[in-house]
Design a protein around this ligand. Sequence first.
Ligand code: FAD
Length: 429
Amino acid sequence: MKKIGVVLLTNDLRLHDNATLTEAIKENDEVIPLFCWDEKYMDSLQFGFSRMGKIRKAFLKKVLEDLHQQFKSIGGYLLLNQGSQLEVFEALVSQYSIHKVYTKKQVGIEEKRENDRLKNFLLSKGIDFEVYSTSTVYHPSDLPFSMSSIPEVFTKFRKTVEKEAVVRQPILAPSSIACPTISKDLQEIDAVIQNLQLDSRHALPELGGETAALKYLNTYLFEKQHILHYIDTRNELIGIDFSSKLSQWLSLGCISPKLIYHEIKRFEHEVTSNDSTYWLIFELLWRDFFRFSFKKHPLHYFQLHGILGKSERKPTKNSDIIDSWVLGETPNSFVNAAMKELKATGWTSNRMRQIVASYFIYDLEQDWRIGAAYFESQLIDYDVSSNWGNWAYIAGVGNDPRAGRKFNTEKQEEQYDKEKRYQRIWNAI
Ligand SMILES: Cc1cc2nc3c(=O)[nH]c(=O)nc-3n(C[C@H](O)[C@H](O)[C@H](O)COP(=O)(O)OP(=O)(O)OC[C@H]3O[C@@H](n4cnc5c(N)ncnc54)[C@H](O)[C@@H]3O)c2cc1C
């Protein structure tokens, strides 16, 4: 009898540097690459916002279509089934004699619970279940600290890993895959999901899945060499090239952070190195830092008092005020511009994310978790630890040694949008 493995893909939607896939191919005669499209979870509400807004869904759909093509090019397919992981596997185990399920380690608490439920179900059927870490620059087992002693402050984390840890080489994409015959592979995703059509003023590169991500990385680094000015431009607000624009692909795992790291190192070796090339890696380490901090504090980032367990502030919850922020109708036109950009495109720059989050927390005096939940619904690059970690940081209940960041919007506007160019673009809606 043929040995069949299932690769349960979640936010690791790529062929390259994907240990789940490589191991499954190595250990089995046939492999089923599977994605569970769980509409019920996506539409469930959190502080009144659906977990996955329509821009995020449309982008995911695009990424899955690309992944299906990628699998086809190596002789396989992507099986896309609707339902929760448990529902999908209940049906799958009745059709196939599955030997083992391979998936990536989750960091969000609900995703972890779902994995646990699935694991228990599979083990009860005698099916092995193994998780792999695939989403950070540094592999967790290469860190110079245990998960429970990850430093609470970024600088200490960064300096230690830079000195004591090594980034593994990315694993090459498989050149072939054998999948069992199946009647339907990429099912038609519900017709209600629109195709990805962003407002034409968006600041993102051409979106797609792994194929687009790899192509764009090469353009950004080697063809256009935009990385050379990253440190000077990363706080800008308008255009495509001022920052790397890799976050949406990182969030769904279309590109490996290890690969980005090694490509930047190759650029430094073959072209040149400067403060900018270093700084892009520095920012990627923030992402690692929040992810590892989440492993250390799995529950606290979703609580009002965060990882500190206390806060001086007593926020209110006023739905008119919250709506005015979401719709970009507050008394502050700079904030409004970013909120309109976010609504129309699922994206706004890091600088504007900081400003609108600070405004929500300190000027509008609302519960920071409501803002974080809106970002979760809306951001095309939503990433559980980067989003909730940054919100907690600004609210002063996260990893900020200065206990919170209130931004002076007037000063920020003076520095970053003196001529009101950004506001003119977005407030013209
Ligand atoms: C309130 C708030 C919420 C945020 N939510 C998210 C989120 O859900 N998903 C997300 O990817 N980023 C989030 N960020 C971080 C940051 O704004 C985005 O990663 C960045 O704007 C994406 O654009 P880029 O890829 O061009 O970034 P670049 O400036 O080119 O940075 C390169 C990469 O480094 C990482 N990075 C950069 N800054 C940060 C940071 N502050 N924290 C963690 N990682 C960082 C990202 O992976 C990014 O793609 C948030 C920041 C704030 C202030």
